[in-house]
Each structure stands twice: as C-alpha cells, then as structure tokens.
Design a protein around this ligand. Structure first.
Ligand SMILES: [Zn+2]
Length: 231
C-alpha cells in the first residue's frame, strides 16, 4: 500500500467535498465581520513577472463577495498588499515585483472601482506577512468587536495562509473561541510554475493545484473554516 498516494487521494476528495456556508448567516451581525483581501493587485493578476491567470480567475468571485457582504451591511474591508521597496530582502526568493507606487502594486480594478472602494482600509506590506510591519495588528486591536474574518486573495500557500493562521492564532492566544476565520476556496488561489519552466528560469517549481489543496487542508487542520464558497 502506498500511504502517500492514499493521502493525496483522500486530500483531493476532501477538497471536492468542502461544504458551502450561507453568507447571510455568516454575516448575521455585520458589524462584527471584516473581509480581508490579500494581494489582489495587478502584479499578481495581470501585469509583471508574478502575474498569474489562476489568481486573476478568482477576482470576479471576490468582487461579488465584496458586493454581497456590503449589501448585507458589512463595512470593514481590509486590503493588505505588496508595496515593496527596491531593496526588499524577499527579492532573493522571488523576482522583483510590486514596487510601491508601480502599476503592479495597484489594486485590481474589479475591487478599486466598487462604489464603496473609498472605505477600504489598505495596509501596504514589504514581506509575505500581512501582520509584520503593517498597521493591521493595531487596527485589529482598535476593533475588538470583530469576531468573523473572511480571508480571500492570494497566494493560498503564502500570504493568505500566513494571514489566516495569524488571525486564528491571535484569537487562540486571547482565548477568543467565538472568533471565526473563514476561507472560501473559490476566492483564494495560487500560481503554477511547472518543473520544466522552473528549471529553465533557475527557480523553484510550484504545483498550483497541489499546493492550493495542501494549504487549504493545512488551514483547516489549524482551525480555519475552509469552505467551498459562501452562497
Ligand atoms: Zn512580495
């Protein structure tokens, strides 16, 4: 018996069987809900070396979720997004991308053109972490009434994973059992870099489907509510 294969088979069945959650129930107390979008900027969707069609593909679902949650009364929309300095240490791991003030660093138009876009709270970041060196921790401390965090964006296995875990662990540390961190799988995605292409580029390969699935699982394993979608 090949245990590794049976786990991966189980994992793909787990992903296929993710439940749906009713959005109206999730945001029944809209003043206690925040939607956090990670890195839905042009540099990860349509412009530059890290743009990914897979990531661009979730933008319509995210924009729809923004509109629906707003209609249901949610008023906290937080965008954490790469705005790198030219000397960012991260550029030793990833090619230079999303410099502060560049087109790559702009919010995707599907979000920036929403009628309530002016109310977005935007936190620029210079690492994959939405917490480190941003104003997010202070913002969260200023909003202790928030109990439900819906996390969307990219990449499932990098910045989304880190933020979802940070929100979960922060609540765990504070003993806040009522806190929910929810990741709708149709609103998060990661990039794909096949082995052959990666070898040509001298980069590390990155299997988008597998890593998306594994990190959804890893978030669920750690108490994040991973669902197929919010309906
Ligand atoms: Zn970056």
């Amino acid at each position: 018996m090949n245990l590794e294969q049976s786990f991966l088979e189980w994992l793909s069945g787990w992903e296929a069987g993710l439940p749906e959650l009713e959005l109206e129930k999730v945001v029944a107390r809209p003043e206690q809900v925040a939607v956090l979008s990670v890195d839905l900027i042009k540099g990860f969707t349509t412009v530059g070396p890290l743009a990914s069609p897979r990531i661009a593909g979730v933008v319509p679902a995210v924009a729809r979720l923004f509109r629906r949650t707003y209609e249901l009364g949610v008023r906290h929309f937080v965008l954490t997004q790469d705005a790198h300095t030219p000397e960012a240490v991260e550029f030793s791991a990833y090619p230079p991308h999303c410099l502060a003030g560049s087109v790559e660093g702009e919010t995707v138009e599907e979000l920036s053109t929403l009628p309530f876009a002016e109310s977005f709270v935007v936190f620029p970041k210079n690492t994959t972490s939405s917490m480190l060196g941003t104003g997010l921790e202070a913002w969260l401390q200023a909003h202790p009434e928030l109990t439900t965090f819906i996390v969307v964006g990219d990449c499932t296995d990098i910045c989304v994973y880190q933020l979802a875990l940070d929100l979960r662990l922060r609540a765990n540390l504070a003993g806040r059992k009522e806190t929910r961190v929810i990741v709708p799988a149709d609103c998060v995605q990661t990039y794909d870099l096949p082995v052959r292409t990666a070898l040509e580029l001298g980069s590390m390969p990155h299997d988008g489907d597998l890593l998306h699935r594994i990190f959804l699982y890893h978030m669920a394993l750690n108490g994040v509510e991973v669902v197929a979608r919010l309906v």
